[in-house]
Design a protein around this ligand. Structure first.
Ligand code: HDE
Length: 678
């Protein structure tokens, strides 16, 4: 179990933000001009029952500000949640890079991380089937470095020019703006079938990776191949990974859909509460490195963003740790206004010619200009570097900096030609001098042409349970498509990946099974299956069904469960306190009305009945649903009577009177082989 940390962790960036905090509590009410006002409830009128007067500057100011309170949401990744933290490298990586934050193991670099869904609008729910954004801003002493990644290591397309098409296809359809935050519709699947480079990505998207249990339990990937450059000017190809110390875990699809109704804020609440409780989420930064000389040694092009570098072939070296330890003070000011850009780099980190990355290097600054309203978004508190910044850029909407002096051009003599360029040896950024030659062509390299082999490797790497989930996911999504030709085209496409996948999906759709194609590869990578992930009891949420008169054993169980890092919460038939047989009082966190089994990882039954009929009426459904979602069920004292009355709730992960076995079950989290439904 992690040691609980103090709540308000600080760092260099948080201290900088502190200059902008404003506390309004206990203060006099004024206009924005500082004028104290006698009244904030009544507009100025000609007579008590008369019309409002134009002269009412207070009304006009307040209403105008309100009318302009919203900014455009992000065109993708609109719904997100941000947290502060820090990153520390374990050992100097000077062999590969000169980036200071990666070479000084004593340095804690402040970070701000924004997790997001991709397709949904800002007010959509947290658990649709979707890719998750995983964007990290490192506030380094050499400037901001942004690693703007996803929780899936490949992408749908190979060239940025297709991004607007992809996003048009996946967003709600334009004629009726349906469906919200979902890819289960015709235009998306029409795009997939007609852009077959998406084959590998769609396998990830239809796997459990796209319905995470928590942002804290997802991997992150830089996706593109980047370049690290050391002080001697030697370069290395690199892929970035974030490995969650809690492991990679998901919910099941039926659960996801219910969570979206019961608690649309499921993931943000989970992250916010973990950080408030001092259960700081942690990830290790992983690097896969390929020396320049090995660029062409693989059976895929290492610049192709629809390919992974199998971890068995190119191991992930864990080089440092990121800890998220402080919630924002204000979601708009920080999470909404943060502006990420893959082009924000520091010396020692450089780009490659991945055509998807190259296009992103244009798009991100461009989008901030409309979203944040002009070229000064770098001055917003959350976006400011922690190191000084000086140049001859001037003016624009909302400029905060007051640049003193008459010189705003280069070269100049009036300011001794400052701000002065900095040579690379003194920390100036120097682009890696990659040799480039070629004709101007609109084309894709032949080396990007194989769309199916790695998709097949992904399929081969899945356990039987994961394969079943994927078959169901394809069947659900295609089942929601209205146009039969779209379904048929996708079936034909996935039959290139695996007959074992295409056949049951075709049968579920009542369509002809596509002919069996030759197997592309029998290669599998154990790193791809979530079944091989780390399992820990930490922060697993347990619904403790208890009522007045509970046994004294319960207090002992609760103590042990907490000491193992789990989060038991009492669910009862009334709010307030429940009183045990020995007079012990327990605070009720939820009632059977406000809680639902889909919001918990496990159930513990401690009572058989409550003060009202609600308990006996509602608890069986709560327990049965948790069971159907493969979750651990435990019982103690009278809870056993209730459990035993539910005759079909038995088998793996159903534990009576044995706390150690119950904690093991909670650690295991899901009993997927419990396929016989009650
Ligand atoms: Fe993005 N992406 N993207 N993207 N992306 C945006 O920038 C874009 C891609 C990612 O929490 C936008 O500020 C293009 C891959 C994240 O604020 C926009 C292409 C990956 C976030 C944009 C891609 C990402 C964004 C929208 C294809 C994983 C949210 C708002 C070439 C490596 C960042 C914004 C946050 C956001 C463009 C593809 C990750 C429009 C053109 C691949 C995590 O600029």
């Amino acid at each position: 179990m992690q040691e609980k940390k103090p709540k308000k962790t600080t760092n260099e960036k948080v201290e900088q933000l502190g200059q902008y905090y404003t506390v309004d509590e206990g203060k006099d009410l004024t206009t924005n001009q500082g004028l104290k006002m006698t009244n904030d409830e009544f507009s100025l009128k000609a007579g008590e029952r008369g019309p409002t007067l134009m002269e009412d500057f207070h009304f006009r100011e307040k209403m105008t500000h309100f009318d302009h309170e919203r900014i455009p949401e992000r065109v993708v990744h609109a719904r997100g949640y941000g947290v502060h933290g820090e990153f520390q490298v374990y050992e100097s990586l000077e062999r590969y890079t000169r980036a200071k934050f990666l070479t000084d193991p004593t340095k804690k670099t402040p970070v701000f991380v924004r997790f997001s869904t991709v397709a949904g609008s800002r007010g959509s729910a947290d658990v649709p089937r979707d890719v998750r954004g995983f964007a990290v801003k490192f506030y380094t002493e050499e400037g901001n470095y942004d690693l703007v990644g996803n929780n899936i290591p490949v992408f749908f397309i190979q060239d940025a020019i297709k991004f607007p098409d992809l996003v048009h296809a996946l967003k709600p359809e334009p004629h009726n703006e349906i469906p919200q935050a979902a890819t289960a519709h015709d235009t998306f699947w029409d795009f997939i079938a007609n852009n077959q480079e998406s084959a590998h990505m769609i396998m990830w998207a239809m796997s459990d990776r796209s319905i995470p249990r928590s942002y804290r339990m997802m991997e992150g990937f830089g996706v593109h191949t980047f370049r690290l450059v050391n002080a001697a000017g030697e370069a290395f190809f690199v892929k970035f990974h974030w490995k969650p110390l809690l492991g990679v875990h998901s919910v099941c699809w039926d659960e996801a859909q219910k969570i979206n109704g019961k608690d649309p804020d499921f993931h943000r609440r989970d992250l916010y509460e973990a950080v408030e409780n001092g259960d700081y989420p942690e990830w290790e930064l992983g690097l896969q490195i390929i020396p320049e000389a090995d660029e062409f040694k693989f059976d895929f092009d290492i610049l192709d963003p629809t390919k992974i570098w199998p971890e068995e072939d190119i191991p992930v070296q864990r080089v440092g740790k990121m800890t998220l330890n402080r919630n924002v003070e204000n979601v708009f000011a920080e999470t909404e206004q943060v502006a990420f850009h893959p082009g924000h780099v520091v010396p020692g980190i450089d780009f490659t010619n991945d055509p998807l990355l190259q296009g992103r290097l244009f798009s991100y600054t461009d989008t901030q200009l409309i979203r944040l309203g002009g070229p000064n978004f770098h001055e917003l508190p959350i976006n400011r570097p922690v190191c000084p910044f000086h140049n001859n850029q001037r003016d624009g909407y909302g400029r905060q900096t007051i640049n003193v002096g008459r010189v705003s051009y280069s070269k100049n003599s009036l300011a001794n030609n400052t701000p002065r360029p900095v040579p690379a040896e003194d920390g100036g950024y120097e682009h890696y001098q990659e040799k480039v030659e070629g004709r101007k062509v609109r084309a894709r390299s032949e080396s990007f042409a194989d769309h199916f082999t790695q998709a097949a490797m992904f399929w081969n790497s899945m356990s039987d349970v994961e394969k079943e989930h994927m078959i169901n996911a394809f069947s659900f999504e295609l089942g929601k498509c209205e146009t039969e030709s779209v379904r048929i085209q996708v079936l034909e496409m996935i039959s290139n990946i695996s007959h074992e996948l295409a056949k049951p999906v075709a049968e579920n759709l009542g369509l002809p099974v596509p002919s069996q194609k030759p197997l592309l590869t029998d290669k599998a990578s154990s790193a791809l299956s979530q079944m091989n992930t780390v399992k820990k009891p930490d922060t697993r949420k347990i619904a403790v069904l208890a009522a007045d008169g509970f046994s004294k054993e319960l207090s002992l169980w609760l103590q042990t469960l907490k000491s193992k890092g789990t989060m038991p919460e009492i669910v009862s038939d009334h709010h307030g306190k429940i009183v045990g047989e020995d007079g012990t009082e327990l605070e009720v966190k939820h009632t059977l009305l406000t809680a639902d089994s889909v919001l918990f990882d496990a159930v513990l039954i401690a009572s058989k009945e409550g003060r009202s009929v609600t308990f006996a009426k509602e608890a069986p459904d709560f327990i049965t649903e948790a069971f159907l979602h493969y979750k651990p069920i435990g019982a103690l004292a009278e809870g056993n009577i209730l459990l035993e009355s539910l005759v079909n709730i038995k088998g793996a992960g159903v534990v009576q009177n044995n706390i150690d076995a119950y904690i093991e079950a909670v650690t295991e989290a899901r009993f997927w082989d419990r396929n016989g439904k009650p």
